[in-house]
Design a protein around this ligand. Structure first.
Ligand code: ADP
Length: 607
């Protein structure tokens, strides 16, 4: 039995710690300062501090993690997903330290992490591939000739990109040069490598993927497929297994291509091969994720295979537990429970979880990194839990997921649940894959779903407009009374309001405006004229110069919180004065700039 250090936090650390306990391994947690009392720390057999509060100092710090592993006497390291899980240097450092790395070799991570070499591998084994240039681009003219030959639209992508960033879609030939320049510039800024490549852009595609496991000696087995088309900003929200509506040929093609690509590099461990499927049936290889995915439980639910246990087996030299693709049993759906407000363009809403009532019943699995009373930390990902529901077939699984999602009750931060519920009951989702049905695709949430909510009004969490609901009994009948939080607070300070069971904000009724996350400064009771941070995070950039004239609604700054960028708008027109600096870490509602107008302008100038 081994001692396994889990170089991660949150729900995935908890998931792996549970697997350690089940299989007789000793689990070692690591933690940033603010996670000292986190669920993964409480559940692990031992825990070691990674001093600091930012991801860079802690869960991304190879040296800190290595010294925790040494102090713990660990035999192996499991990286989870995100953080260092796809970092070849980390994998190499773990192996150089004489420890078992629970993942593919550093060489495999490097080869597949480069999207150009991954495309070349896909090409070599005959995987479905949209036309593209399988070499780093030299100049814009190369892209122009490709566009002239393959037709528009095309997509220019960073070879070392990730997280849906560093991609430019081009619809007009005249835009190619500009798109090429900004793609290479952004790639260099975001990923430290400017290489880009180009491929044909598929309109409204579905996102499909294949879970594979490999023994490191050339044997690779596809465990099953998933559909993850419900995405916002290229990030998944709902996933399911198996992918609905595929022909036997399409499924076979996906599974065998995924196996062939990974066999080519003697893949070791669990991994995922991603594809797109356009409405006209065009399929293309996208990339390989060399780690466990967030959505791995839907494959576990439909195959009965514990993928973390499988990772342990492979890493410790016990080989694969399966030799061919199992037949999926029933259908499974996963809802990501993110602390984000769909009513405000999926703005992250970190904070304390006051109430967390989780659903139960047949086929329900709840994977969480938090319990009631814990805090969704602003420095890390907004995903804090996952609800995985298994049913005998797809429609039963959908019905069961809706029931469970309605039973799930979160008080404190806003969550994406209202949006997930709206998706689950929309025909584009319920009839996905049926003949003649325009099912959901990767842009569907932004282009189709969110605009429909525009007319509805959803209270803004964390602001004075918030509703508080409580149960009261009138004439022996229980009923729900909703009151503006501001009114309740006023009554409370006058000694009037009782506590009761309150429900802050949207319970199931999806609403709000769509598009990219953008928020007006000046909310939450700040002085008019202040541009305030709508989320806690770091100030990435100012979009207007100090002293510039701005109009109300102009985007003036970019904040980064929970891996997402949020654009901040000017609340009023006037002269823009910066009061924070790029790189500052700001609290919610903290002023980052002041807009001077009239008297206020004069005061600002005097000040
Ligand atoms: P990342 O590593 O940043 O996640 P991917 O290559 O996996 O980048 O692409 C992310 C998303 O971008 C896809 O899920 C899809 O929505 C979109 N995308 C990427 N390539 C294409 C393409 N050729 N056609 C249409 N959409 C694409």
């Amino acid at each position: 039995m081994s001692t396994i250090l889990i170089a991660n936090r949150g729900e995935i650390a908890v998931r792996i710690i549970r697997a350690c306990a089940e299989h007789g391994h000793t689990s070692v947690a690591v933690y940033a300062d603010q996670d000292a009392d986190a669920m993964h720390v409480r559940l692990a057999d031992e825990a070691f501090a990674l001093p600091g509060t930012g991801a860079g100092e802690t869960y991304l710090n190879i040296e800190s993690i290595l010294s925790a592993a040494r102090a713990a006497g660990a035999d192996a390291v499991h990286p989870g997903y995100g953080f260092l899980s796809e970092n070849a240097d980390f994998a190499a450092a773990i192996e150089d330290a004489g420890l078992v790395w629970i993942g593919p070799t550093a060489e495999t991570i490097t080869a597949l992490g480069d999207k150009v070499t991954a495309r070349q591998l896909a090409q070599k084994v005959g995987a479905p591939l949209a036309p593209g240039i399988d070499q780093p681009l030299k100049d814009a003219s190369e892209v122009e000739s490709f566009a002239a030959e393959a037709g528009l639209p095309i997509i220019i992508k960073a070879a070392h990109g990730g997280g849906g960033r560093g991609m430019k879609i081009v619809h007009e030939l005249t835009d190619v040069a500009g798109a090429f320049d900004s793609a290479t510039r952004e790639a260099a800024e975001a990923f430290g490598r400017s290489e880009c490549f180009v491929e044909k852009y598929l309109e409204r595609p579905r996102h499909l993927e294949v879970q594979i496991v490999g023994d490191g000696q050339g044997r690779v087995v596809a465990v099953g497929d998933r559909d993850c088309s419900a995405q916002r900003r290229n990030q998944k929200l709902i996933e399911e297994a198996p992918a609905p509506g595929l022909s036997a040929d399409q499924r076979e093609r996906l599974h065998r291509s995924a196996e062939a690509i990974c066999a080519e590099v003697d893949y070791r461990g669990a991994g995922t091969v991603e594809f797109l499927l356009a409405a006209d049936g065009t399929m293309t290889f996208l990339e390989v994720n060399t780690r466990l995915q967030v959505e791995h439980p839907v494959t576990e639910a439909t195959t009965g295979i514990d993928l973390v246990a499988e990772q342990f087996r492979i890493a410790f030299g016990d080989g694969l537990s399966l030799d061919s693709t199992p037949r999926p049993q029933g259908h499974a759906i996963e809802l990501r429970i993110n602390a984000e407000d769909p009513g405000r363009g999926f703005l992250p809403t970190p904070g304390r979880i006051d109430v967390l009532d989780v659903p139960g019943g047949p086929g329900i699995r709840w994977d969480s990194g938090l319990r009631a009373g814990d805090t969704v930390q602003p420095a890390f990902d907004s995903l804090f839990a996952k609800l995985i529901v298994h049913g005998p077939d797809r429609s039963a699984a959908i019905a069961r997921t809706i029931t469970a999602a309605k039973e799930l009750h979160v008080e404190g931060p806003a969550t994406v649940l209202p949006c997930s519920l709206a998706i689950l009951s929309d025909e584009a989702f319920t009839r996905l894959g049926e003949d003649g049905v325009e099912g959901i695709h990767t842009q569907w949430i932004e282009s189709e779903l969110l605009p429909r909510f525009e007319a509805q009004d959803r209270p803004t969490p964390g602001s004075g407009g918030q509703m508080q609901r409580m149960q009261i009994e009138i004439g022996g009948k229980l009923t729900t009374l909703g009151l503006p939080a501001g009114l309740l607070a006023a009554l409370g300070s006058a000694g009037g309001a009782g506590q009761g069971s309150t429900d802050q904000g949207g319970d199931g009724s999806a609403a709000g405006h769509g598009g990219a996350a953008s928020a007006r400064g000046g909310e939450g009771g700040a002085v008019a004229g202040d541009v305030t941070a709508p989320v806690p995070g770091s100030l990435v950039d100012f979009l207007v110069d100090d002293g510039a004239e701005v109009a109300a609604g102009d985007e003036v700054a970019v904040l980064s919180a929970m891996k997402m960028e949020t654009r901040v708008e000017a609340p009023v027109a006037g002269t823009f004065h910066r009061v924070a600096a790029v790189g500052d870490v700001v609290a919610v509602d903290q002023a980052i700039a002041r807009i001077g107008c009239g008297i206020a302008q004069s005061i600002a100038r005097i000040g």
